[in-house]
Design a protein around this ligand. Sequence first.
Ligand SMILES: Nc1ncnc2c1ncn2[C@@H]1O[C@H](COP(=O)(O)OP(=O)(O)OP(=O)(O)O)[C@@H](O)[C@H]1O
Ligand SMILES: [Mg+2]
Length: 165
Amino acid sequence: MLVWPLGQVFAIANQKGGVGKTTTAINLAAAFAANDLRVLVVDSDPQGNATTGLGVAKNTGRPSIYHVLLGGADPAQAIVHTEFDGLDLIPADKNLVGADIELVDLPDRELKLRQCLASIRDQYHFILIDCRRHWIFSPSTPCWRPTPCWFPSSASSLRWKASRS
Ligand SMILES: Nc1ncnc2c1ncn2[C@@H]1O[C@H](COP(=O)(O)OP(=O)(O)OP(=O)(O)O)[C@@H](O)[C@H]1O
Ligand SMILES: [Mg+2]
């Protein structure tokens, strides 16, 4: 069993699409959980691929990360226990498509996700945020910053450059 401090938050991001962000988030989370670490995956992509990839239905009407970010929902109520012991999820839904615009006028929007997750942060060893493409560069919605980031990249020059730009 690994011993690890609680409350480590990582964003998994790349400007490019289809480089393995969600695959990395899901598999890292599963690996941590298999080693008895408690993990929360936050799906912040309206495609909801991390949500469905962890076996959870999307667009069901229950609280999602959208409702936590913009609806004042308690993050604890948005948490879904997956079929994997120790691996929880805050799902995404299609409402997140417009979140960029809705967040634009909020003060401290770049810290919004961090603030929203503060109350549950110490329940987990790792919180992995599966980012949507482009979010990193959006003036309105890089709302996980400042957070350590992993940049998965498939083996092509443009995708590697996208990690570094
Ligand atoms: N290490 C890998 N080797 C081979 N294929 C991979 C690897 N990681 C991911 N893939 C495949 O690449 C495709 C895209 O992966 P994924 O959905 O994780 O990317 P993404 O960056 O999250 O995409 P999006 O920007 O659309 O959210 C999927 O078909 C996935 O199975
Ligand atoms: Mg993805």
